[in-house]
Design a protein around this ligand. Structure first.
Ligand SMILES: *Cc1c(COP(=O)(O)O)cnc(C)c1O
Length: 844
């Protein structure tokens, strides 16, 4: 995955090394001179110097790993001046900054993106090549920092990319987990095995420990009343919070933002000799505790786990980030005028994980800076905004007050006060006593973080139109009725730099050639210009050729890495996302088994069957038994189907091991058919649907999340819609009888019976008993109710795929009409609707 050279004559807006692409006097021009002036020869010298200085090897000795570190070092150096200048301009405070608080950042690899944004991608590529290395192989060395679970973490990564590209002054704050999301392996039975992801095993050239900005974070202890009647928290423990800084280079913006990830360390200022034995043990315990706080990412996705360590993580990074922001904007001030804080920075809370920051800011304002409650609350409310990511009740964070009180006694007190204030305010707004009771932030020994964020922040947003509507209608209805203007929508987006330019260089080149410039990469609505070529046979041929080559590449990669052979001429039908019952991988699997049964029985003619490769990629939370059983079943269906000679290789099932951002970048450009088949009303947005649409795959999906908006834009005729709507689900809820579907649909019954018979478990009927029983008796996400429509739409898809030109046309119209789904647009929506700020001023 490398930055392709585009030849010497390129139009304005291309990734040009030429100066005249930037308007005179703009910040970009000044910046680009610095890096553009560097010649290929100088780059080669710098790389050789980096090999010698940071690796201690000569060019002749260097391997790909040495080269990876050396090139990364040189590219970082190219970006350093912009980084420093961006920070300086951010801290001038002329434009309100954005603090993005997220417990997860699923970054993907750094080197290709940094090269793209270095200003001289072609020169870097040429320099590496002339030194005798293959840049692709060098880039393959990088281990991606898996500091997130799935969509939520990837969204944060796309957002900081867009913030930098749009030159918005911003800092992303998060946690530097020593172990990221586990590495998934499959054992010989097809079970998921979780291996620790020690991504820092060989260090990372992309992070910089920034001890100058270290903070202290306390936990535990008691609250005392001081002589002057003030409340004061005396924490039992103090931890060091060490920031590790990452560059976030913007595309063609001349700006490099900052991602600041916190790592916990023990305070080691005690003198060992003064401790008696038990104190010594306590001290050591404190050390171990400290290091454990940022040790590991919780591998749960869309599930709430009320573990103490998780609250420690949340508070640790929230408190460190707030302290950092205050010290950045009021350097050296002991009594800062905090009433101006919300004019200097606005904090976006990415789901409820950082919501404890609200109580922390209140504590600082009241206890440390001496503000009265009303002033403190007004500052706090103006500082925070909250993004809700779910509709699933099991995902809403509700902390046990006892646990919170032990860890954060003062914060619990403050939350209690906010809870009382909220009830009072709700009454003032005319809420009924019953409604006020339902909206209680703190009651029955529980603290509801979503309610806290809603009451103590300015805005609440959902992540797709449908989701934001359902938040107002159901999840947060009482609040929306009282405070309608708080609620807004910001539909998610994805960065086209990573998910198009880097993931799909062939399509990028075709788009650039067709549109005449590369401006579409930061103005994605320009893809609309492709629409007029949708009936141009020449263009369709090129578009289809790009897809085919991507499929060939993917097949090669799969063979190389997993030893699995697939046919690039078959339809690539892909479902990649976390394994969760609401996403309904099980329904896809039932369709595959039904297809298999039909082909085996002759009900479907193998000779006219459109060859299909069904591609799954998914990690399951280690404690989520049904999800793990589903993984095992997928692997075993793959084993049986792929080894059945009767199918002549026409139906294949592959399960990509360890699905992550790096593999997403390989799979998505090679996909023909994208599966987005969640039960309507359960998927908040989805973002892989957007990645697929931009890359010209056609989606089969339900009316859920952002599918609704994608279909609206790409056109109903270019989207395969099926299944119940939210209203249908609501109607069925309560008297849903999955068994009736099982009994009345022979395909469905045949598929479930095949599993139950032991067909995929070497004849053992018990292996998947819980899976089949759960579907027939409970089916909480109504896969059986949607199964028939899903089978039927798959037949339509198969027929549609036979007409290759018509299919390609659909893909073109998906690409042409998905410009809306860039994260640049999401960020613009936040600027307009929530943050009320803008870009850094250009240099004079
Ligand atoms: C985009 C992305 C996701 C989110 O996928 P959904 O299908 O929207 O749930 C999850 N994991 C990775 C690695 C991604 O790149």
């Amino acid at each position: 995955m490398t930055v392709k050279c585009q030849g010497p004559t390129r139009a304005k807006g291309s990734l040009s090394d030429a100066l005249e692409t930037h308007p005179p006097g703009s910040v970009s021009q000044k910046e680009h001179i610095v890096s553009d002036e560097i010649t290929r020869e100088q780059l080669k010298d710098e790389i050789i110097a980096a090999l010698r200085h940071s690796r201690g090897v000569s060019l002749a000795e260097a391997n790909n790993e040495d080269m990876y570190v050396a090139v990364s070092t040189v590219v970082r150096n190219l970006l350093a001046d912009k980084w420093i200048e961006t920070r300086e301009d951010t801290l001038k405070g002329n434009t309100k900054a954005v603090g993005y608080l997220s417990a997860e950042y699923l970054l993907g690899t750094q080197l290709p993106n940094a090269i793209l944004n270095s200003g001289v991608p072609q020169k870097v590529e040429a320099a590496v090549k002339e030194l005798g290395f293959d840049l692709n192989a060098v880039e393959d060395v990088e281990v991606e920092p898996g500091l997130g679970n799935g969509g939520l973490g990837r969204l944060a990564a796309c957002f900081i990319d867009s913030l930098a590209t749009k030159a918005v002054p911003a800092i992303g704050y998060g946690i530097r987990y020593t172990y990221g999301i586990f590495r998934q392996e499959f054992d010989k039975d097809g079970n998921q095995v979780e291996r620790p992801d020690y991504w820092l095993y060989k260090g990372s050239p992309w992070e910089q420990a920034n001890y100058r900005r270290e903070q202290r974070v306390g936990m535990g202890g008691v609250v005392v009343t001081t002589k002057d009647g003030k409340r004061e928290w005396k924490p039992a423990w103090q931890f060091r919070a060490i920031p590790y800084d990452y560059m976030v280079p913007g595309y063609e913006s001349g700006r490099v933002g900052t991602l600041r990830l916190w790592s916990a360390k023990a305070v080691d200022e005690f003198d060992l000799l003064t401790f008696n034995r038990s104190q010594y043990e306590d001290a050591v315990k404190g050390q171990t505790w400290a290091e454990s706080i940022t040790k590991v990412l919780y591998p749960e996705d869309s599930t709430y786990v009320g573990k103490q360590l998780r609250l420690e993580q949340q508070y640790f990074f929230s408190a460190a980030s707030l302290a950092d922001a205050i010290s950045l904007f009021y350097p050296g001030e002991e009594h800062p005028d905090m009433t101006t804080f919300p004019d200097k920075i606005t904090f976006q809370l990415n789901d409820t994980h950082p919501v404890i920051a609200i109580a922390e800011l209140m504590r600082l304002l009241i206890d440390k800076y001496g503000y009265d409650w009303d002033t403190a609350f007004s500052i706090t409310q103006r500082t925070f905004n909250y993004t809700c990511h779910t509709l699933l009740p099991e995902a809403l964070e509700v902390w046990d007050a006892k646990l919170m009180g032990e860890l954060l006694p003062r914060h619990l007190e403050i939350i209690e006060q906010i809870s009382d204030w909220a009830a009072h305010d709700q009454a003032k707004h005319g809420a009924s006593p019953e409604a006020i009771e339902r909206m209680r932030i703190y009651s029955n020994g529980r603290v509801r973080m979503a309610y806290l964020a809603t009451m103590a922040g300015s805005h609440v947003n959902g992540v797709a139109e449908l989701h934001s509507q359902l938040l107002k209608d159901i999840t947060l209805k009482d609040f929306a009725d009282l405070y309608p203007s708080k609620f807004t929508n910001v539909t998610n987006g994805v960065t086209p730099r990573r998910f198009m330019r880097l993931a799909n260089p062939r399509l990028s080149e075709l788009v650039t050639k067709t549109l005449g410039s590369e401006e579409w990469l930061n103005d994605l609505e320009q893809l609309k210009g492709l629409e007029k070529y949708a009936d141009d046979p020449q263009f369709l041929k090129k578009f289809a050729e790009v897809k085919h080559q991507n499929k060939v590449d993917f097949a090669d990669w799969l063979k190389r890495t997993q030893g699995v052979e697939i046919d690039p001429n078959s339809m690539f039908d892909t479902m990649i996302k976390r394994l969760h019952e609401y996403k309904r991988q099980s329904m896809k699997l039932l369709q595959v088994i039904a297809l298999y049964n039909q082909l085996k029985s002759g009900q479907r003619d193998i000779n006219t069957f459109q060859a299909r490769t069904v591609i799954f990629g998914a990690k399951a939370a280690p404690g989520y038994a049904m999800a793990k059983l589903t993984i095992r079943l997928i692997n075993n269906v793959a084993r049986v189907v792929n080894n059945d000679p009767a199918l002549q290789g026409k139906l294949r099932v592959v399960f990509i091991e360890n699905y992550n951002v790096t593999s997403a970048q390989r799979i998505i450009p090679a996909t023909d058919l994208d599966e987005q088949i969640s039960l309507a009303g359960k998927e908040a947005s989805g973002t892989s649907n957007m990645k697929f649409a931009i890359n010209g795959a056609v989606t089969v999906g339900t009316l859920d999340g952002a599918n609704v908006e994608i279909r609206e834009r790409v056109g109903a005729e270019n989207f395969f819609l099926f299944g119940m709507k939210v209203e249908d689900v609501e109607k069925l809820d309560g008297n849903y009888n999955p068994r009736s579907y099982y009994e009345s649909d022979p395909d469905l019954k045949g598929a479930i019976d095949a599993i139950a018979s032991g067909m995929f478990s070497y004849g053992d009927p018990n292996t998947y008993k819980e899976f089949t029983e759960n579907l027939i008796n409970k089916d909480p996400f109504m896969a059986l109710a949607d199964f028939r429509e899903y089978m039927d739409i798959q037949d339509k898809i198969e027929a549609a795929y036979q007409d290759k030109q018509a299919w390609t046309r659909m893909g073109v119209l998906n690409t042409a009409n998905s410009g809306f789904f860039t994260s640049d647009r999401s960020i613009q929506d936040y600027l307009d609707r929530v943050w009320m700020t803008g870009s850094l001023p250009q240099h004079k």
